[in-house]
Design a protein around this ligand. Sequence first.
Ligand SMILES: [Cu+2]
Length: 399
Amino acid sequence: MNTNRFDAFTRAMGSRGTRRAALGGIAATGGLALLGRALAQDAATPDASAVPATPASGPLRVRKNAASLTAAEKEAFTDAILALKAKPSPWINGLSTYDTFVLWHRDAFNCDIMAAHMGPAFLPWHRVFLHLFEQQLQSVEPTVNLPYWDWTVDNTPESPIWADDLMGGDGDPKEQNAVLTGPFKKGSWEITVFDYADAVRSPFIVRSMGTGFMAKTLPTAEDVEAALAIAAYDAAPWNSTVATGTSFRNQLEGWQDCVSETCDPVSGMGPKCVGPHNLHNRVHLWVAGEFRFASQAEPETIDGTPVPVAIPSADPATDLMGTMSFNSSPNDPAFFLHHTNIDRIWTQWAAKHGNVYEPTSGATMGMNADDMMWPYAMLGMHVTPNMALTTEAFGYTYE
Ligand SMILES: [Cu+2]
């Protein structure tokens, strides 16, 4: 282990502590309290035994297309997700195992952490994230592997992944766009980890597929091909403002023509971009949708009771968005099918251009080739982007 790097990590953790104090004045939100608890818990009792230090031995496990899973495979997968939602976290007191992943993903946007997005570690960070989640799924249903959603093919709300036996369907516009079908429907699945920017904080999954200004359609096979054709893994300045078309990572992540990145102390880091969202970002936004409720303008009432009826988006400044649009997007299990496909596209790029990564320095800490990544380092898992360049390193492959 490189001690200098570890010291750098420790310093980052320290600066997060300062930040927590600064945010204390608005700690009325449950989310900030959770962040505080996560920091304290991680520092005090990381349970390294919950993270196998070495990849599984034996034959490679195979991640399949979600659309080709058997009925039994779909049931095992969704049952395992439901089990993790109920199972106490091995890492954080008071949270479920599932919600721990939501919390990590959300807090990775914290301006002082910036571990997972808008930079070269986007792909390796999510590879490790999916791997840890898959291991937890396998701890309750040993046959389960993460399936992927090929959204270039299954590209409508009627696609098989949205059936009652997998992710459930689109939200119901008459019921605040709540998902009312499938294993994760309102009443069966309760969201507890919210975003600071989530004004509505619905405890159920909200989807409004393809209704937004930003993503009326899903990316196409041509969009994926255009990304795969980019020879450079990434390029300076190693964030979302990389010149469009010069970085495979940035193209796949979905940023186009971004001019700056700004830190919002409440909602975390976010870029300012001129171009429309592409690929990864676009899929998040397509599932989430963008809408407003008629009651925001003129309350509709039936017998004096306001009826929240969602109507198509009218003004981006006042629109609401679905679960998959937030930093806490893993609250919608569709997140995992989407990101497994992003991971698969990375393997296609590597088959073409090699198992290469850049940079070795100059990116945000945690994003250089040999930097340890947050929060995995805190769990006793010393994994760097360079260690996550092949799926075989984690014991799986794609069908
Ligand atoms: Cu993410």
